[in-house]
Design a protein around this ligand. Sequence first.
Ligand SMILES: C[S@@+](CC[C@H](N)C(=O)[O-])C[C@H]1O[C@@H](n2cnc3c(N)ncnc32)[C@H](O)[C@@H]1O
Length: 239
Amino acid sequence: MDLASIRRAYKRYAGMYDVVFGAAMNPGRKLAVATANKRPKQRVLEVGVGTGLALPLYRRDITVVGIDVSPEMLERARDKVDELGLRNVEALLEMDAENLTFPDQSFDTVIAMYVASVVPHPERLMSEMRRVCKPGGDILIVNHFTSDGGPLRAVEFLINPLSKTLGWRPEFDMKALLRTAGVEIKNIRPAHPMGMFKVIHCRNTPALPMTGTIGTDIYTDVAEPQLRPAEIGRSRRAR
Ligand SMILES: C[S@@+](CC[C@H](N)C(=O)[O-])C[C@H]1O[C@@H](n2cnc3c(N)ncnc32)[C@H](O)[C@@H]1O
């Protein structure tokens, strides 16, 4: 994946994006924004804002800044802001999520929905999200991650070589992302359809050193959808 192929892919998608990727991926957006909405009157950065499908979901006393590398996707987001009169959207800017131009600690919450498996270097995305987020602020990631097995896993494997054309990586390892994230993970929740997408809620405080067992320690699926902070503490003390 590189920025040129990403821009090409999303130029192609822009006109049909809301129809194809709107409703099916809305549960993840709703869950993440509902989490952000718990803190009133804050400043939120939405990284990879796309066509702005999540913008109407924020409470109106939250100020939102959105960035994206695709001018065509941003154009759709700007149309939504105008049509819906979203006066709480401070700015929609063309910017690379891996090289944000904001000063350190500019935002209370930073959200990336369906972006982590798209950017060329997910670890740089995480590092920039942490940098511009205030200490103790929230970092929310919504994404599809490599399935544990079944027919979906086979499909991911087969179409993974098409990543550049698709504009996202069908195979994307959550444990690897979390190891590089270096933040405290509050919980990981599945979002429909069929729990295919996960919403990861992190706090921007340094994580304790992670070991190779972190994935199995913290990752719980649909049967136990929430990892409670107390459980994280227990699993860390056990190491
Ligand atoms: C799958 S779309 C998700 C859009 C939106 N977040 C949503 O929920 O529909 C991925 C978006 O990330 C953007 N993107 C990819 N790489 C980026 C980067 N390095 N910096 C900023 N935006 C990026 C793409 O242009 C695209 O709009």
